[in-house]
Design a protein around this ligand. Structure first.
Ligand SMILES: *Cc1c(COP(=O)(O)O)cnc(C)c1O
Length: 416
């Protein structure tokens, strides 16, 4: 079970929303801090443990700075994400650069920042050398276990995945990197997404710990750090149980003691599990309509949160001021896009809603605002941070029509 409680009293969020306008995302700093603490406590046994926060989950410099101040690093996969990590003051080696199909300038920027380059393919050994004019001293490879592991629902089967190097390529990757001058070596994998079964993640640790030993036997190379990637799930449904970081830490610790005989550092790239449950999309009911079904039209759309439309994902919905009323009305909760999959919920039992009601969509702190887009001329909305002292800070302003039109050339430029 997981509680779906918004961190402000009903009246406070109703007043705040009236003041700033809807829709918006709001993130709960206390809860983020608490999560970070729990993760760090669970892995305190490992000297050098770090979670590189997957910036793509919530690419706001204020959040990345907060996480950096608490000891997390940043996992980046594009130039803008690298710049966010830089602006957030994350120091070089606390940046993991895990990209695929990587442009040269991104290798260069990551190298300039002193980030760890995590290569997605054996051909990237030459690509990186070509891009930066030398070979980095610190190098990581992303391992794709292929048929050795069955993937989970969102990320799919590793054999079908475009990412990573195969088992046959992996030992050669390390040998070649060493011959080119690499001195420190890391090993990465990412095989899960939104996984709520802790044992799957523990098995991933077993796979990497075993592989570390095989790499040592086959190549004489000692891996300094393993990175278990992201994919730790969160309980989107009230009846789901959250993953216990303590349990995860303990189980991985046991395997470590059993399989690893030297000070190997452990890391993750959790994004969702860090900020997901701490974010909320706050929106207002615009119209309640009765067709063949009953619809609640919000002022937010799937351009603000596309997980339900993209994956059929469940997001819990509460209604401040009405949550104690019987949930005896069945609605499709929609946005205003000209796409019929623009729905936050289908056949959801809610209290009777009317125009002007505020609704809160839960667990949007990861892959929420960040997956937004501008289709139908929808503007990206603001982000707020509910701080530990109860004050609320704006950490991203809403996009304006002017922002939206800025890249459009009213007067065409003749190029050729
Ligand atoms: C998306 C991604 C993550 C973060 O995944 P979460 O499910 O948010 O924990 C970490 N590493 C890589 C390489 C990713 O692509």
């Amino acid at each position: 079970m997981s509680d779906k409680i918004f961190p402000m009293p009903d009246k406070a969020i109703i007043d705040f929303a009236a003041k700033v306008g809807t829709p918006f995302h709001i993130y709960d700093e206390s809860r983020i801090r608490n999560t970070v603490e729990n993760i760090q406590k669970a892995f305190a046994w490992n000297d050098g443990f770090i979670n590189y926060f997957a910036v793509k989950a919530l690419p706001n410099v204020n959040i990345v700075r907060l996480l950096g101040s608490l000891g997390f690093g940043a996992d980046c996969s594009s130039l803008p994400e690298l710049i966010i990590a830089e602006q957030a003051g994350i120091p070089g080696e606390r940046i993991m650069f895990t990209s695929n199909d990587t442009p040269d300038e991104e290798f260069r920027k990551a190298y300039e920042l002193g980030a760890i380059l995590n290569l997605d393919d054996i051909t990237h050994i030459e690509a990186v050398e070509r891009a930066i004019g030398t070979f980095p001293e610190v190098i990581s490879f992303r391992f794709n276990p292929g048929p050795e592991r069955t993937g989970n629902a969102i990320i799919g089967n590793p054999v079908e995945a475009k990412y990573g190097v195969t088992r046959n390529q992996l030992f050669d990757c390390y040998r070649i990197a060493k011959a080119k001058g690499a001195k420190r070596f890391m090993l990465h994998t990412m095989v899960a997404s939104n996984e709520l079964d802790a044992s799957y993640i523990v098995e991933t640790a077993r796979m990497l710990f075993t592989l570390v030993n095989e790499i040592r036997e086959n190549t004489g190379i000692t891996i300094e750090r393993v990175d278990l990637g992201g994919g730790v799930g969160i309980p989107y449904r009230p009846e789901d149980d959250p993953i216990s970081f303590d349990y995860l830490g303990n189980e991985i610790h046991k395997l470590y003691d059993e399989l690893i005989g030297y000070p190997l550092k452990v890391s993750f790239e959790m994004g969702r599990a860090v900020t997901g449950p701490s974010g909320y999309l706050v929106s207002r009911v615009r119209h309640v309509t009765h067709k063949y079904k009953d619809y609640v039209g919000l002022d937010a759309t799937m351009a603000d949160l596309m997980r339900p439309a993209m994956y059929g994902a469940y997001h819990h919905i509460t209604v401040p001021g009405k949550d104690n009323l019987p949930h005896d009305h069945k609605y499709d909760v929609t946005g205003s896009l000209c796409e019929n999959n623009d729905k936050f919920a289908v056949d959801r039992m809610l209290p009777e809603l009317e125009r002007g009601d505020l609704v809160i969509i839960h667990d949007t702190g990861a892959h929420g605002h960040s997956m937004g887009f501008n289709y139908n001329g929808k503007l990206r909305h603001a982000e707020y941070l509910l701080r530990t002292d109860g004050s609320i800070a704006r950490i991203r302003r809403a996009e304006t029509v002017e922002d939206y039109l800025r890249t459009q050339l009213d007067k065409p430029e003749i190029i050729s």
